[in-house]
Write a protein that binds this ligand. Sequence first.
Ligand SMILES: [Zn+2]
Length: 450
Amino acid sequence: MFFELTQSTKTSVKAFRCSFLDFIEDPFYVSTAESVRYIADGMLVIEKGKVKELGTYENLKNKYSKIPVTFYPDMTIVPGFIDTHIHFPQMEIIASYGEQLLEWLNKYTFPTEGKFKDKAYAQKVAAVFLDELLRNGTTTTLVFAAVYPESVEAFFEEASRRNLRAIAGKVMMDRHAPDFLRDTAQTSYLQSKQLIQKWHKKGRLLYAVTPRFAITSTDEQLRLAGKLLQEFPDVYLHTHLSENVDEVAWVRELFPDCESYLNVYDRAGLVGEKSVFAHGVHLSDEEFRRLSAAKSAIAFCPTSNLFLGSGLFKLEQAKSKEYPVKVGLGTDIGGGTSFSLLQTASEAYKVAQLQRQKLSPFQALFLATLGGARALSLEDKIGNFDAGKEADFIVVNMRSTPLMAFRNREATPTSLEELVDRVFSLVMLGDDRAISATYIMGELAYEVKR
Ligand SMILES: [Zn+2]
């Protein structure tokens, strides 16, 4: 279920009373005290869909005594989750058995994506897809549509109806795919250009030039993708990079004169500040350095990397002080196995453990919120509760299942140690059931049935 906006509610000033948790800096690089903002009894004031002020209830209650206040006792409000890599046409092939990337694409993905030429079908799936995201507390996504412009139109129309901040693009692929899924370098350029002109910056929507990956694009198609980025410097580049060993070996065969997988994209002018590369599981030191220098981002997709047997992402290297790379979390549905960024963060923790590394609960939650906003160059608009930001947030119940309620007996943490422990249990055990409500620009967009 979602709620259509009405003009009167959009313009009013209102407030929420709850405990609040967000990030003002990156906990991978600075201390908890410098990065985490926690207000046990707080008040978030919203005006015209944007954050006006966040403070303690005690300090703000008199100043805003005349506005409506929604009170969520025993809950925690956090910024809406940001999914930096997901495929909407793959929703129906989630949990498809037995293959690794290249075989999985041929056996499950390509036949399914063929259905998205039918706009009515695409629209139906886009609606279910966006409802599922809101149910899981995800308020912003970077999305692969299918090769057909109709699939992008359907997605943007549905995202627009829900007033979501979303980035999407038409897949460009002119080789190594079935006939019905192939465009040409020229048609992919023209169709992408038309979609950019129609949708980029329309309301909260943004466009990403989206070549699937190096294997399914000719040199000419990649060159034209680069041309689009030159013509429209503020659109995104969204693609896959170095996910699976067989894929990396094939890229080396197809582009023998490139030093690395990343170099294939670099040569076409696709590696920049608004480039988001999914996976990066098998990157060399040199490729990490190049991504850092270019200020590009990686979408870390642990449930997908484990499900498809792709490998363990080197998060510690990506977040190094010497060559820091922006990192967000991605569910990578349908290669990934959960829409929940809590479940995704839980698997990220285990991927770190398998490499004898630690991912703290605050670092995990940062990746799902402000970290994702930074990866998408949207930190001036979303990701935390700084004044002026768009009020996309979720009401989280850290005692949402009998097990979580048993483990976390006290409703509200009273010390930092308790809070850290509580957030860790949320990341490990939480899923869609932990999301009590989702707000978009301060308006209720989803609420759990009681
Ligand atoms: Zn993907």
